[in-house]
Design a protein around this ligand. Structure first.
Ligand code: 0GZ
Length: 296
């Protein structure tokens, strides 16, 4: 745990290892965040955690070290619905970042257009009670309908025990859906455990539901080298290879007691995607289709 004199938490390591595995050219980290810097981009008064600054410079330095070319910055809950920090990260990236926003349901069409011009390509709906005060499904559905004209998708974050109540909501969404961290299955149940099976049923119901095969550090209680995560997730990558994404999740919000080594997270990639063809889909072809479709 690393908390500074102002009570601000650091949830990422300052000394990540250099991974032995080298991602393919053009690899995309499709799930990471920026925090602040707070002096320019204050956190939301409703934030459930107060992190130290983790701005674009630190993100780009890590990306370089890990061998990634592009990033998708996902608006972190600590910034609420003010996407300025995310837009700043995209703006200073020279075209190498795109983003996913969190929006107030009352947002105007003009403001959605402004987000698009700033590199946003999706909206995130967060259902974790420890992260947000409310998650109004009817209003989220309205947003999902309004972003269709922009060619965006929605990113949904929920936990495995709420999957059943999510099903009708997800079924009503008219745009592609990306599920954060596979809806947090209990990976110790194994590849055919109840959580993974329920999640596969969801993926089987629609061909435009994608998922991020991310966060072994959050999902595998045994920690590195994340053997249970690998066992449960490798078959998922093989079976849904055209709709899986990978990301570091840096700066790992809330992971202050189990800070992962980012290099160690990259080492997991060739274990869940064991061939060059799978790695290319996971790290290049799939995220490019979703976030840089004009280059596809
Ligand atoms: O599980 C988490 O604590 C978490 C939090 C956030 C966020 O605060 O936005 O994002 C994530 O992807 C994961």
């Amino acid at each position: 745990m690393s908390t500074d004199e102002n009570g601000r938490i650091r949830s990422w390591t300052l000394t990540p290892s250099t991974p032995r595995y080298s991602p393919p050219a053009g690899a995309v980290d499709a799930h990471c965040h920026v925090f602040g810097p707070m002096a320019r981009f204050p956190f939301s008064p409703k934030a459930k955690y107060l992190p130290q600054d983790a701005g674009p410079d630190a993100l780009f330095a890590l990306r370089e070290k890990l061998g990634f070319a592009r990033s998708v910055i996902v608006q972190a809950s600590c910034h609420g619905t003010d996407n300025a920090a995310t837009l700043n990260g995209i703006a200073v990236s020279g075209g190498t970042c795109r983003g996913v926003a969190v929006v107030d349901p009352a947002i105007s069409d003009a403001d959605l257009d402004m987000l698009h011009a700033g590199g946003i390509r999706g909206v995130r709906f967060n259902f974790l009670k420890r992260l947000v005060d409310d998650a109004p499904m009817d209003k989220f559905l309205d947003i999902a309908k309004r972003i269709e004209r922009l060619g965006w998708h929605v990113v949904v974050y929920f936990e495995a025990d709420s999957l059943d109540e999510m099903r009708p909501f997800l079924a009503a969404i008219p745009v592609p859906i990306v599920i954060d961290h596979m809806g947090r299955p209990d990976v110790t149940q194994g590849r055919e455990g109840a959580d993974m099976s329920a999640f596969r049923t969801l993926l089987d119901g629609r061909t435009d539901i994608w998922t991020k095969v991310t966060c072994p550090d959050r999902l595998d209680p045994a920690g590195a080298p994340y053997a249970d995560f690998v066992k449960a997730v490798r078959p998922l990558v093989a079976d849904y290879q055209d709709r899986v994404l990978w990301g570091t999740d840096w700066p790992h919000p809330n992971m202050e007691t189990r800070i992962p080594d980012d290099g160690g997270l990259v080492e997991v990639i060739p274990q869940i995607a064991p061939t060059a063809a799978l790695q290319h889909k996971l790290l290049v072809a799939n995220p490019m289709r979703l976030y840089w479709p004009e280059e596809d």
